[in-house]
Design a protein around this ligand. Structure first.
Ligand code: ZN
Length: 360
């Protein structure tokens, strides 16, 4: 009798222990902004929680010698897969961008279990997602209120009395021509040469070494509610400009259906300002067909300091927009051009909550 009671007590202790362990691992809050150490731990946790789907890949080092990592997400198959690129946080102060990359990862890891379309996409393509590319700058933007609006990386300029290169002016795409400054104290300082910066090098080498695999290249920024297509230089037009505009407008419609927010689609010179050396333009020059810059909420009321209560709706709508583009790219490659139109319908159904993809 005593031994049975003892045994039950031991079992009870084990159960309580397990429950405590479970509840101690608090749910990650996707609707708050997180400092870099929490995002790094989250990445490790994603790999631990989904060992069959998620691999963490280190692919570079920042100026201050921090490791740049991405999450490679997909179903393991024997076949050679195509790929989707997404990076967030190339500009330090645009905090909604890393929040979106994390939300996107969570959503696709839930969606594929119930959504055949997502399962097909994760079978045919691997998603390479960098939650924070400009890690040094992001950490600096968390330092105090005086550094909150830092944009660039943290490498020192030629004379050592100013800091930071605008990484989105540093890529090898009409580098140093329009919409840049050669003054290191400028927010749009383009560096001493194309891909002079280690963070830009990391992307250029990683993507460049397997560029024929990538169907889409999505780089996430804020703010302005825009979907920008190549090119930033007004003298150049993408060979698939019409396709990019059509797919972009479909994505803007998918975004609008979620919370009624209007996103404008076009080239940088047409809807924002001319620029050169962006990663989006570089990716298009590598023959990656569908390259877009997302400028998330808002339109300037809060600007880079978007309140946390807007993280969820911003992520929900941008998720629909991103999936529209990704589904189009997928269907064009794997189901033939005719099926690409079906992707539009799927995105609409998804936004309307018909698909299981947004059942959380
Ligand atoms: Zn930006």
């Amino acid at each position: 009798m005593l031994s049975v009671v003892g045994l039950s007590f031991a079992a009870l202790l084990l159960t309580v222990g397990a429950l405590t362990l479970e509840s101690n691992r608090a749910e990650y809050d996707y609707y708050k902004y997180h400092p870099m150490d929490e995002i790094s731990s989250w990445m490790v946790q994603m790999e631990k929680d989904h060992p069959d789907m998620v691999t963490m890949v280190d692919y570079g080092r920042t100026y201050e010698k921090r490791t740049i990592s991405l999450l490679k997400i997909g179903l393991k198959t024997e076949a050679k897969k195509k790929a989707v690129w997404m990076d967030c946080g190339i500009h330090a102060r645009e905090w909604i961008a890393p929040a979106f990359c994390q939300y996107f990862v969570r959503q696709i890891l839930h969606a594929y279990k119930t959504d055949d379309k997502m399962a097909a996409m994760l079978t045919n393509m691997d998603f390479y997602i960098t939650p924070v590319l400009n890690i040094d700058g992001y950490i600096f933007s968390w330092k105090d209120s005086s550094t909150r609006l830092w944009r660039k990386n943290r490498s020192p300029g030629p004379s050592g009395d100013c800091y930071g290169v605008d990484l989105n002016r540093n890529f090898d795409a009409n580098w140093g021509t329009v919409g840049v400054s050669s003054n290191c104290s400028s927010n749009i300082y383009c560096g001493t040469g194309p891909i002079s910066e280690p963070e830009a090098q990391a992307v250029a080498y990683f993507v460049g070494s397997r560029k024929e695999d990538f169907l889409c290249f999505l780089t996430i920024h804020s703010y302005g509610q825009l979907l920008l297509i190549p090119y930033g230089h007004p003298n150049f037009t993408a060979s698939n400009y019409d396709e990019l505009m059509t797919v972009g407008q479909g994505a803007a419609e998918a975004i609008w259906r979620v919370h009624g927010k209007k996103y404008t689609v076009g080239t940088s010179p047409d809807v924002l300002y001319a620029n050169s050396g962006s990663s989006r333009d570089w990716a298009r020059l590598q023959e990656i067909p569908l390259t877009f810059t997302f400028e998330l909420r808002d339109n300037g009321t809060y600007g880079f300091e978007l309140p946390e209560d807007q993280i969820q709706p911003t992520c929900e709508e941008a998720y629909s927009g991103a999936l529209h583009i990704i589904a189009y790219a997928h269907d064009k490659t794997f189901n033939g051009a005719a099926a690409a139109a079906a992707a539009t319908l799927w995105a609409v159904l998804l936004a309307a909550g018909v698909s299981g993809a947004n059942l959380m």
